[in-house]
Design a protein around this ligand. Sequence first.
Ligand code: MN
Length: 386
Amino acid sequence: MTDLAAVKAALRTQAVETPSWAYGNSGTRFKVFAQPGVPRDPFEKVADAAKVHETTGVAPSVALHIPWDRVADYAALARHAADLGLRIGTVNSNTFQDDDYRLGSVCHPDAAVRRKAVGHLLECVDIMDATGSRDLKLWFADGTNYPGQDDVRARQERLAEALAQVYGRLGEGQRMLLEYKLFEPSFYTTDVPDWGTAFAHCLRLGERARVVVDTGHHAPGTNIEFIVAVLMREGRLGGFDFNSRFYADDDLMAGAADPFQLFRIMHEVVGAGGLASDVAFMLDQCHNIEAKIPAIIRSVMNVQEATAKALLVDRPALARAQAAGDVLAANAVLMDAYATDVRPLLREVREESGLHPDPVAAYAASGWAGRIVAERVGGRPAGWDA
Ligand SMILES: [Mn+2]
C-alpha cells in the first residue's frame, strides 16, 4: 500500500536543473546542426529555461557554463532569471577549449598553465557569489593519450593542489562538485576517470566536496545505481548529470535509452532519502537533431516518471521479502512499481498545481517555438564556442 498523497507531495517538490548549453547549438564532434531560434546570449537561454519550468513546474533553475555564459553583469542575469520565475543554478567550469590546455589544465606539466586554469575556476566562484549559486561543478578533460606521456601520480598531485586552492575559496554554503568521466577527450589515461578517484579527492578536501554522477560517463554495463547507493551512504553524492547513452557519452535525452536504469537509480535515491536531501538533479544533454526545448521538457518528464515509479515501490513489502530471503517476491515488488503507468498520476499532479497536464502540448500551444524563430534574427547563435 502506498500513500498516494505523499507520493504526489514528493513529486511536487522535485527540482530538475536544466543546462544552459542544451538550449544552444551543440551536437557531436562530426557536425553541429544549427537550428533557427536558438538563443544568442545567456539572457535568451534563461528565457528558454523559463519555458521548461513554466510547462513542467519542476525545473526552477538553470545551470551556467563559463565562458559560454559570460556576461558583463551576473547579478543582472540572476535578476532576469528571477523575473522569469527561475534562479541561476550550478556554475560549470570549462578548462578544455583553450590551446594552452593541449596537455591538460589543472594537471598540466607547466605550472603557468595550471595557474591559468585555477584562475578560471576561482573566477567561477566569483560568479557564484554574484548569482547566488550554491554549486561549482568541475569536469576536467585532463589526461594523456599515450603510455609514458606524463607521470600519472604527479598529475594526481597537481590535481589535488588545484582542487584544494579552489575549495579554500568557496564561500559558506557553497559546494564543489567533482564530475568523473571514463574517457574522452583523453584516450589512455583520464585524471578523474571514475567515482573512486573523485571520491578520494573529495574526502581529502572536506565535507562540501561531492561527487557528480553523469549517467553517460561509465563503461557499458556499469551498475550506476550501486555507485549512487555507496556515495549516498557516504554523504558524498553531490548530484546527477542525467542523460542517456547507447555507446559512449552520447548526451541523449534522460530516460530515452534505458528508462529502467533511470528507475533503478531513482529507487536508490528515494530509498536513501535523496529527494529531500541536497542532492542536485541536473540534466547534461545536447540536442543535435531534435527540437531543443521540447527535448528538455521530455527529459524532465522522463526523470519525473522514473521518480514516480520509485516512489511507488512498496517498501514495507520489499523489506519483508528481502528479510525472508524471498528473491522472487522482492524482485516482483520492484518490477510492479516499474511496470506501473505513472502518466495519469503525473497529469493529476500537474493539474493540481495549476499546470497543463501535458507539458509538451502546453509548450506547443504557447507559441514560443514560432516566436523565437521570428524574433531571434541576426546575432550569433549560442553554441559550444559562445
Ligand atoms: Mn556532465
